[in-house]
Design a protein around this ligand. Structure first.
Ligand code: ATP
Length: 594
């Protein structure tokens, strides 16, 4: 307990130095900005925070009353005073008990508010991350986002409510205790504070070390979380390549790095703590010696001596807790900055006129691109290209790997936006809207890879339409040629699938993903290599069924397999940054070359 207290003192004084340096280097404004953001979440609980401060001040005042009452009790018992022993005993015990009860209420109040603040911040971060611009968000690794979402939010929430009240309470307690000691002896007051200037001076020396350590730990936590989540997500690949040993070694390497970092810092804190403890011991001895002198010279009696010894210890503890408020202030500010980076991600554009497309959906939409140029930041992936897919058509995007087919799909979904030219939906009547977050619900999208979640077959399908009946589920499963295997599963629609559809073959998972897209029954269907694991007959059957389901559906497929091309009304080749429409002869040649 004592050790922890000393450690907090060291960190506290280091952090106070950090604070002073920040003021000097002009970055204090940034800290305040971070805290202003935190206060935005706490201001609605201002009455609870005020209650916290009042209870804290009351509790520490009662602590002081108890200490002074115990001085008088000792004086009465040792015969220096004779009256009101019972009153002093009641005051001493009563105020100590009441102070204890108040501290319990404070703990309860602060825990409740931090939980609510934690939930508020997480909900806000969750919402912004879901609505963030796709490209901006893709710059953060999943592990990093998770780390900010959980650990940083919890740091902010646990300090958000307690920081200011704790500072005010510690300040009040410090002043009140100092005044009580000064009231009895001025020299004793300053002697008890002898370690304060040394603590403050040493803080500058401790500053750099503390900051680098904190930054290194936060960075390592993010990298470790990314490593862990990637490992568990790709367990099959790791196993199939026999990489388990290598991944085990990598984990041990990270752990050793973390251990080295922690032990180095631990050695540093042990050394500084030892020095500061020696200093503390010196001050204690000086206080004790001075007390003995005052007692010997008859200037004080036993009760006052006990008061001096207990309150000088309490004064240095309060000074430490005053300084301790600073690390939580700093670390919350650092975490708040990391969270704000996420909340300040550019949001996706929402064009309100998109809602005017909804009543026009029955006639289907044209998906159009004109004069389009797009780049992820380096060279353009697509240059000056045009594209059109009309209702009732199946349009194919073919081309070598890595040339931009999926990028075309992302442009259609409005996940990324072109630097030049347009991508838009055009209704039957000629009404046009640029692709944006609000046009996305007019699309059903089947991406590459397995996109099933753990749960039953029915739950996976109802993700896109909660109120769909069993009959409707059966119908879309038939259209995607999935009913043949789902009906044979032990519990049919209610058979349970593992994470990412574990328990199904790749082709079965693809057919369920297509069924889910069909259940949504959106006017535009995007299939990105979504039939790649099906045999040619099933693939053709699925595509025919799709068009039969709704004649006005616009269907765009990306494929490496020309076997479906003769089902398509139009074929575009994506190659060398150009999207070119192939002639019938060129696409027939492609089918024959396959
Ligand atoms: N998030 C991204 N950030 C930067 N560049 C990207 C990003 N996604 C894709 N690219 C680049 O854009 C180009 C086109 O990629 P895209 O995924 O669209 O190709 P594709 O034709 O769908 O490939 P495949 O047939 O292999 O699926 C590639 O050179 C790729 O490196």
């Amino acid at each position: 307990m004592k050790h922890r207290h000393k450690k907090r003192t060291v960190l506290g004084s280091a952090a106070l130095g950090a604070l002073l340096e920040r003021i000097q280097t002009g970055t204090f404004g940034e800290l305040l900005e971070d805290w202003r953001w935190i206060f935005h979440y706490t201001k609605r609980y201002k009455w609870a925070v005020l209650l916290y401060v009042i209870l804290g001040v009351l509790s520490s005042s009662l602590g002081l009353v108890s200490a002074v009452a115990s001085k008088y009790t000792i004086d009465i018992i040792t015969g220096y005073q004779t009256s009101r022993l019972a009153l002093m005993l009641v005051l001493m015990i009563g105020s100590a008990l009441f102070s204890l009860a108040l501290r319990s209420i404070i703990s309860r109040v602060s825990t409740k508010i931090s939980l609510v603040v934690n939930n508020d911040i997480q909900a806000a971060v969750f919402e912004t991350v879901l609505d963030a611009d796709w490209l901006s968000l893709s710059r953060y690794a999943n592990g990093d986002v998770l780390n900010r979402f959980n650990s940083d939010v919890s740091t902010v929430a646990s300090n958000a409510v307690s920081w200011l009240p704790n500072l005010l309470i510690a300040f009040y307690t410090f002043l009140a205790t100092f005044c009580v000691i000064l009231h009895y002896d001025v020299t004793m007051g300053f002697l008890a504070l002898a370690s304060a200037p040394v603590l403050l001076l040493s803080s500058r020396f401790l500053l750099r070390r503390m900051r680098t350590h904190n930054e290194a730990v936060k960075e390592m936590n993010s990298t470790l979380m990314t490593f862990e989540s990637e490992t568990f997500y790709n367990l099959d690949t790791i196993k199939s390549f026999g990489l388990m040993k290598r991944y085990g070694i990598r984990l041990r390497r990270w752990q050793n790095k973390f251990k080295r970092l922690s032990l180095e810092y631990n050695l540093f804190t042990i050394q500084t703590e030892a020095l500061l403890s020696l200093l503390g011991l010196g001050v204690q001895m000086a206080v004790f010696g001075y007390c003995l002198y005052l007692l010997w010279s008859g200037q004080i009696v036993y009760g006052t001596m006990t008061l001096f010894i207990s309150q000088s210890a309490s004064l240095s503890a309060t000074f430490s807790s005053l300084v301790e408020v600073v690390p939580s202030f700093l670390s919350s500010a650092v975490s708040a900055r990391r969270i704000r980076e996420l909340t300040q991600l550019e949001p996706e554009p929402h064009i309100s006129a998109s809602s005017q497309l909804d009543p026009l959906a029955v006639d289907g939409f044209q998906v159009c691109m004109s004069g389009l140029t797009f780049s992820y930041g380096q060279g353009p992936v697509i240059r000056q290209s045009d594209f059109i897919a009309r209702p009732g058509e199946i349009v194919a995007l073919v081309g070598p790997s890595g040339e931009g087919k999926t990028t075309m799909i992302r442009l259609m979904l409005g996940l990324v936006r072109p630097q030049q030219g347009r991508v838009y939906l055009k209704a039957h009547q000629g009404f046009e809207v640029e692709m944006n977050a609000e046009t996305r619900h007019l699309f059903s999208y089947v991406p590459q890879g397995n996109t099933l979640l753990s749960g039953t077959v029915a739950e996976n399908l109802r993700m896109v339409r909660e109120d769909a009946t069993d009959e409707e589920l059966e119908e879309v499963l038939k259209l995607s040629c999935a009913w043949e295997f789902v009906s044979l599963m032990p519990e049919g629609l209610y058979s349970r699938l593992g994470e990412r559809g574990r328990g199904l073959s790749e082709g079965q998972a693809q057919r369920l993903a297509i069924a889910r897209a069909l259940l949504k029954d959106a006017p535009v269907l995007l299939l990105d290599e979504a039939t790649s694991a099906l045999d040619v007959t099933t693939e053709r059957q699925v595509l025919r069924n799709i068009i039969r389901q709704r004649p006005n559906k616009t269907c765009i497929v990306t494929t490496h397999r020309p076997s479906v091309l003769n089902l398509c009304q139009r074929v575009y080749r994506v190659m060398d940054g150009q999207v070119t429409q192939l002639s019938e002869a060129q696409s027939s040649q492609m089918v024959m070359d396959f």
